[in-house]
Design a protein around this ligand. Structure first.
Ligand SMILES: Cc1cc2nc3c(=O)[nH]c(=O)nc-3n(C[C@H](O)[C@H](O)[C@H](O)COP(=O)(O)OP(=O)(O)OC[C@H]3O[C@@H](n4cnc5c(N)ncnc54)[C@H](O)[C@@H]3O)c2cc1C
Length: 474
């Protein structure tokens, strides 16, 4: 089995203002100083970026990854038409770390055109309704005051006007912790009707259900989505190009198929034990594994108190996607609902476009309970459910598509969820302690980021963890 992926390549070097070069020069200039070694657990974006930063600072780095590929929750399905993204979908011009990191390594970015809102259709209560028909449709059971609001806009309608958060880090400040309550309760207090609450449970962004997520988390997400200067971007060649490029520019060894089962931290070193019987030791470990995974791994000595509760209980959003390809190139697009928002098990449909903007397929996206319902079915049963739903939405569409693949993040053994969020009461308890170093173990990964969204959060978390490590070894 060839598990060593990359060995000794020239490192291009970064200058990220983290004081890495000065630390590295000091290490080199002092022959009596032992070069510190670090095991990085996980070769997702945060692990690979951490490795780059640590190499730059002069550390000896080894990366252990459980899958047979790098990239973790960044995964471009290059073998499917239009190369849909299974993991991270997109970025924006506000992802400053990601854009500058990618540009340094020659990655090219492209502005993504927003799809016109008019093209979306709603499939609610078994009936297809256009945005223009929505306010007067008989399936619109919203209160009189809400009838004009399109279903995907309901959450913003209730969160934005009274959102007290001003800055992106406000949500972890105790000043706002009275809002660390159920999002459903908060929305009710803002006047949302029962039907509005039901519709807001269809794809509530970055959570499973509105009653099992913190209102403060919802307000934080609303604040992040408010920036009027935000422009959607894409990586030319697909998002997987980013981790692949970072890995190709590392000198460190990356070992694949190393499923970590135990992490032991002594006064001298950290030793990590893998399912194949191998073990690795270093001065420190930097753990980027999602908490959904870490809670299954033995840590010795065990993490304690609220941090342990955070590891054990931080919720992850379950997402299941079904990718469809067109049997023949699309000609008459106008009758085909390429974007659909629905209260059925299919929840959302959106087009997969290639870099020229041509529609190559469709992605069906189910969240939370609907993802669970799909995950209980075999691929054949999923295919039957999808086809029968599509037949009700548009009979032509059923005959035009083939089901190519199903991705379930909720049951992926290396992530057990798509992204972390906070349940009511958890922000006040966990947000300030969950990423604290434990013994010789440091923590990074999107779940430990504060300010940025998605991939940028994974990068932000790596920078914070590296600063913590540098402060110890300096
Ligand atoms: C469906 C979906 C949609 C998304 N959409 C967006 C988006 O539009 N924009 C955006 O910015 N972000 C998005 N994200 C989030 C983004 O992908 C993540 O924030 C980011 O990739 C997380 O990187 P990470 O390094 O923190 O975690 P990961 O990528 O999960 O890295 C952790 C690594 O640890 C490995 N690992 C796990 N268990 C073990 C084990 N036992 N032993 C060894 N290795 C192990 C994993 O295989 C993985 O490689 C999305 C994610 C998903 C799933």
């Amino acid at each position: 089995m060839k598990s060593r992926l990359i060995k000794r390549r020239h490192f291009l070097g970064l200058t990220l203002g983290l004081g890495l070069s000065s630390f590295s020069s000091r290490l080199k200039g002092n022959s009596s100083t032992k070069v510190p070694s670090v095991l990085i657990l996980g070769a997702g974006l945060s692990g690979l970026y951490s490795a780059l930063l640590l190499e730059r600072a002069g550390f000896l780095v080894t990366i252990l990854e459980g899958r047979d590929r790098i990239g973790g929750r960044i995964h471009t399905l290059k073998d499917l038409p239009g190369s849909p993204e299974a993991g991270a979908q997109g970025l924006s011009n506000l992802y400053s770390r990601l854009l500058s990191l990618g540009s340094r390594y020659g990655i090219q970015f492209q502005r993504r055109q927003r799809s016109a809102r008019a093209k979306i259709l709603f499939y609610i209560d078994g009936k297809v309704v256009s945005p223009a028909q929505w306010a007067s449709s008989d399936v619109n059971q919203l209160s009189q005051a809400e009838k004009h609001i399109l279903p995907p806009r309901l959450m913003t309608h209730y969160l934005r006007p009274n959102n007290p958060l001003q800055n992106r880090e406000d949500w972890i400040s105790s000043q706002y912790w009275q809002l660390d309550i159920s999002l459903a309760d908060y929305l009710k207090s803002q006047g949302a009707s029962d039907e509005a609450l039901r519709l807001m449970n269809v794809y509530p962004f970055s959570m499973n259900q509105i009653d099992s997520a913190s209102a403060l988390w919802g307000l934080r997400n609303d604040l992040l989505s408010q920036n009027p200067t935000s422009k959607p971007m894409r990586i030319i060649g697909g998002n997987s190009l980013l981790p692949e490029t970072l890995a190709a520019n590392l000198s460190s060894s990356i070992y694949l198929r190393k499923i970590i089962e135990e992490i032991r931290s002594s006064s001298e070193q950290v030793t990590v034990y893998c399912s194949d019987g191998s073990s690795y030791s270093a001065d420190y470990a930097l753990c980027t594994l999602p908490f959904s995974i870490l809670r299954q791994i033995k840590i010795d000595p065990p993490i304690k108190g609220k941090q342990k509760e955070a590891v054990n209980n931080l919720p992850y959003t379950r997402v299941t996607q079904v990718y469809l390809s067109f049997k023949s190139p699309l000609k008459t697009r106008e009758n085909i609902p390429l974007r659909l928002w629905s209260d059925s098990i299919l929840e959302q449909i959106f087009p997969v476009k290639d870099e020229q903007g041509k529609v190559k397929g469709l992605t069906i996206w189910a969240n939370g309970d609907n993802a669970d319902r799909l995950d209980c079915l075999s691929t054949r049963q999923i295919s039957q459910v999808v086809k029968s739903q599509l037949a009700k939405i548009n009979p032509d569409l059923t005959n035009m598509v083939d089901i190519k693949r199903v991705t379930t993040w909720g049951s992926d053994p290396f992530s057990l969820g798509a992204y972390s969020h906070f349940a009511p009461g958890q922000i006040s308890q966990f947000s300030n302690i969950m990423a604290r170093p434990w013994q010789r173990i440091y923590f990074a990964g999107e779940h430990t980021g504060i300010i940025a969204p998605g991939m940028e959060k994974a990068l932000e978390s790596a920078e914070r963890a590296i600063q913590e490590l540098l402060a110890i070894v300096r």
